[in-house]
Design a protein around this ligand. Structure first.
Ligand SMILES: Nc1ncnc2c1ncn2[C@@H]1O[C@H](COP(=O)(O)OP(=O)(O)OP(=O)(O)O)[C@@H](O)[C@H]1O
Length: 571
């Protein structure tokens, strides 16, 4: 909740949007009282332009336009709000119940929703408004909500369908929680950003629909609203008479409140989906001086392949920037297996993600470089500065990455073969189909999976097989660097071991260099040439595996080794 509030206060869109909305709320609540003029009083001269006595001029009947605007804001906002409350309650109940219960209930509710979605809203509104027995603002709001609930219900149903199978909902079901409690206390809170955004959108729809109906003479014309002002201005041909002060203010108010509501809506979308957030800090990497505690790297007798120099990465979060990687320098040599260890949240994935250029928009490289050296290229190329085309051919060809979640990265509706073919044909457009198929088969066999599995689908493979398929794909174009980000964490110990053995064999065969990320220091001590240990975004230890094991420099490494020994792990 605190993070939501901090985000709301920091978001420029939300601040501006809320300021606009508050301005109109103030206008609607205290404006009529302060002006003290009856909006229907007709004493003044007809169609007078703005003057000291009538700041926004007068109408044809001699009413004060400002008084009408202020009273009108009350009615327009009230109709929008009432329509949004009714429509949001209906759409939430329909979307949540249908999406959660599925079956016949969902089918009936979906059918009704679809019927309301296909009927064009404005004609339906006009028909309903034409038959309204009373044209009070409540009736107008209710008919607007009848036409406005369906699109919200459709989105909420889709979200509910996706949430209903998540682990915490299964756990709630298993613990015997009642159906209403699961729907309204477990599912509903996860949909609040969606509900809020649909609520604000419906207020806007309500205000526009009221204005539209009144403009057509179908609203409550005895009540002053922005719509009825436009209706009477149009009836009196204010446009032709050049009486801009009559129709322009209500038009501008509708546009402005629409802008305010939309800005808040965009802000909520950004909260719910951090990928949409715009990065505000400077994009130019700032070179930082070397950190005084930077450990010196181990010697390695092959040429450097990748040099990470003083790399710093921040995330822009609701609570301010998170310094996830702070001034890290590492060198990966040809054929080297570099292990990257550190507790959860120490910045390992951010470091490898930055090198593979896979971080989202909320991540910002605030300093440093990651220079990749091709053979016979002593200058190297900074990966962080590569343009889209250069990056496209760099990934897979020179560097590939296998993620912990890569076992879920296979597309369930495509065969394994089609997914290999996608990668190979994109990067080797000249290769014949038969050759591509042979390459995919031999890659799959190299990770111990028979080539005929290319015809199968991902769901036919076990977790370990999927991860091995991910590794085979990463090797498809014979890259020089393979980054493995906790590739075995989700697998059982036996399968982990098989995959590691396989990885070492493949490295022998193909000669690629590896950055291997894990929490498991004992594993790194066993397989790696060099080890880097991160803590709170900093590199605290960086040395040959033997030195880390026998002569750790940092207190934190000693503590890690001691804790392993205390657990009886042989290190
Ligand atoms: N998208 C994000 N927005 C804000 N902060 C983030 C984001 N992703 C990661 N962080 C923060 O950055 C820091 C480093 O996270 P990172 O995922 O790199 O750690 P890690 O060592 O890979 O952890 P793990 O081993 O659990 O995967 C953590 O404090 C984390 O909370």
């Amino acid at each position: 909740m605190k993070s939501l509030l901090t985000f709301l206060l920091r978001s420029r869109k939300i601040t501006v949007g809320v300021a606009i909305i508050l301005f109109f709320v103030l206008l609607a609540t205290i404006g009529p009282v302060m002006i003290g003029i009856d909006p229907s009083a007709t004493g003044a001269d007809s169609m007078q332009p703005p003057s000291a006595a009538h700041w926004l001029g007068t109408t044809q009947a001699g009413e004060d336009v400002l008084a009408q605007l202020l009273y009108g804001s009350r009615i327009s906002l009230a109709v929008g709000l009432l329509a949004a409350v009714v429509a949001t309650v209906v759409s939430s109940v329909v979307g949540l119940v249908g999406g959660y219960l599925r079956g016949i209930v969902d089918e009936v509710l979906s059918l009704v929703t679809s019927v309301f979605l296909v009927i064009p809203a404005m004609p339906l509104l006009i028909v309903l408004a034409g038959y309204l027995p009373s044209k009070g603002i409540e009736s107008v709001a209710i008919i607007i909500s009848i036409t406005a609930w369906a699109s919200g219900a459709r989105s909420i149903r889709a979200q509910t369908l996706s949430i209903r199978n998540r682990d915490y909902i299964q756990a709630a079901r298993a613990s015997g929680e009642t159906l209403p409690r699961i729907i309204f206390f477990e599912v509903l809170p996860n949909e609040i950003p969606l509900l809020a955004s649909s609520f604000l959108f419906t207020i806007l729809v309500g205000i526009l629909a009221e204005a539209g109906l009144s403009f057509l003479g179908l609203g409550s014309l005895t009540t002053v609203s922005w719509g009825s002002m436009l209706f009477y201005a149009q009836q009196s041909q204010a446009l032709l008479a050049g009486a801009w002060w009559w129709f322009l203010p209500p038009g501008l108010c509708i546009a402005l409140i629409g802008t305010g509501l939309s800005l808040v809506n965009f802000g909520i979308d950004e909260y719910a989906n951090p990928r949409l957030r715009t990065v505000r800090a400077a994009k130019v990497p700032v070179q930082q001086p070397p950190s005084p505690q930077m450990p010196s790297g181990p010697g390695f007798d092959t040429p450097p392949l990748l040099e990470i120099r003083h790399l710093s990465v921040d995330y822009l979060s609701a609570d301010g920037p998170v310094h996830a990687v702070k001034d890290v320098s590492l060198t990966l040599h040809r054929g080297e297996l570099l292990g990257l260890a550190g507790e959860s949240g120490s910045g390992k994935s951010t470091l490898t993600g930055a090198v593979a250029r896979l971080l989202g928009k909320s991540a910002q490289v605030t300093g440093g470089s990651a220079v990749y050296f091709r053979e016979n290229d002593p200058e190297g190329a900074d990966i962080l500065k590569m343009g889209p085309a250069q990056l496209g051919s760099f990934r897979w060809n020179e560097l590939s990455i296998v993620l912990q979640s890569s076992m879920n990265a296979l597309n369930p509706v495509l065969t394994i073969g089609a997914q290999f073919d996608d990668v190979i044909s994109r990067h080797r457009p000249g290769m014949a189909k038969k050759k591509r198929r042979e390459l995919a088969g031999s890659l799959l066999e190299s990770v111990g999976i028979p080539a005929h599995r290319l015809r199968g689908y991902p769901h036919e493979l076990s977790g370990g097989m999927k991860q091995r398929t991910g590794i085979a794909m990463a090797l498809a174009l014979d890259p020089a660097i393979v980054i493995l980000d906790e590739p075995t964490t989700a697998l059982d110990v036996l399968v982990q071991r098989q995959i590691l053995t396989l990885l070492l064999e493949l490295r022998e065969r193909y000669g690629f260099s590896v950055i291997f990320t894990t929490h498991d220091l004992s594993l790194l001590l066993e397989i790696c040439d060099t080890i880097a240990i991160m803590r709170h975004g900093e590199l605290v230890e960086y040395a040959a595996a033997d030195d880390v094991h026998l002569r750790p420099k940092h207190e934190y490494t000693r503590e890690l080794l001691d804790s392993l020994r205390a657990l009886g792990v042989a290190v």
